[in-house]
Design a protein around this ligand. Structure first.
Ligand code: KIV
Length: 263
């Protein structure tokens, strides 16, 4: 498909073509995910859970993220690589710039940060200096202790209004992509329609421009399976065909269905 860029993803949104993101933490899976046709790979700080065995993403450091970003980017030929800035590595614009630079030099083509309005200055600073940004709203796992658990966000009118306002603000600040995690499907669809930038959903229903899942979840390897996850190994005889089944299901609109979504 040739190297995917932010323009590729913007054009896909404009033409109504869904795109796919899958997490990877090493070169082998990055190669398989790219071969299955996923346009983007997320080196997620979910590696704290699925690779390191922690019960949250909070212990993940910038050194861990840089190491896994290097591993993934060596094998991600065509897919655009997004790397997560981990907990407390983007509290000021200056700190954000130093740590985002580390991930870009490790091979990422974009960095992801959890948060809304308060990130505006950091987003503008990165974008003006050449670092594309993906923002992340809704259930932002680094704030699990503020939320009091992994809970669906945006269910009250006030909560929904605040997520929409954050989404508009981060777009205005210059973000290229937005991840919406675990919010009601109508809210996610509304935000996706209102924004010009592509929106990637996880537990956000079928109305977003793209879908992302943690690789271990879609392969049925996780011990806890949230409502929005489908085990794509079922009916497949290899990891490669399961990853391809996920890519195809997102592109055809077969995944996610209502049973994977929140109202
Ligand atoms: O870290 C991660 O894998 C993520 C996804 C769940 C979107 O942020």
């Amino acid at each position: 498909m040739g190297k995917v860029t932010v323009s590729t993803l913007k054009n896909m949104k404009a033409s109504g073509e869904k795109f796919v993101c899958i997490t990877a933490y090493d070169a082998t899976f990055a190669r398989l995910i790219g071969a299955a046709g996923a346009e983007t790979i997320l080196v997620g700080d979910s590696l704290g859970n699925v690779v390191q065995g922690h019960d949250s993403t909070i212990p993940v450091t910038i050194e861990h993220m840089a190491y896994h970003t290097e591993c993934v980017s060596r094998a991600a030929v065509d897919s655009l690589v997004i790397a997560d800035l981990p907990f407390m590595t983007y509290t000021t614009p200056e700190q954000t710039m130093v740590n985002a630079t580390r991930l870009m030099q490790a091979g990422a083509q974009m960095v992801k940060m959890e948060g809304g309005v308060w990130l505006s200055d950091s987003i503008s600073m990165l974008v003006e200096r050449g670092i594309p940004v993906c923002a992340h709203l809704g259930l932002t796992p680094q704030s699990v202790n503020v939320f009091g658990g992994y809970r669906v966000q945006g269910r009250t009118p006030k909560g929904a209004k605040s997520i929409l306002a954050d989404a508009v603000e981060i777009q205005d600040a210059g973000a290229s992509l937005l991840v919406l995690e675990c919010i009601p499907q109508d809210l996610a669809a509304d935000i996706s329609t209102k924004l010009d930038i592509p929106v990637i959903g996880i537990g956000a229903g079928p109305g977003t421009d793209a879908q992302v899942l943690v690789m271990h979840d879609l392969l049925g390897l996780s011990d806890h399976t949230p409502r929005f996850v489908q085990n794509f190994m079922v009916g497949q005889d290899s990891v490669q065909s399961a990853i391809k089944a996920f890519v195809d299901a997102v592109k055809s609109g077969e995944y996610p269905r209502d049973e994977h979504s929140y109202t």
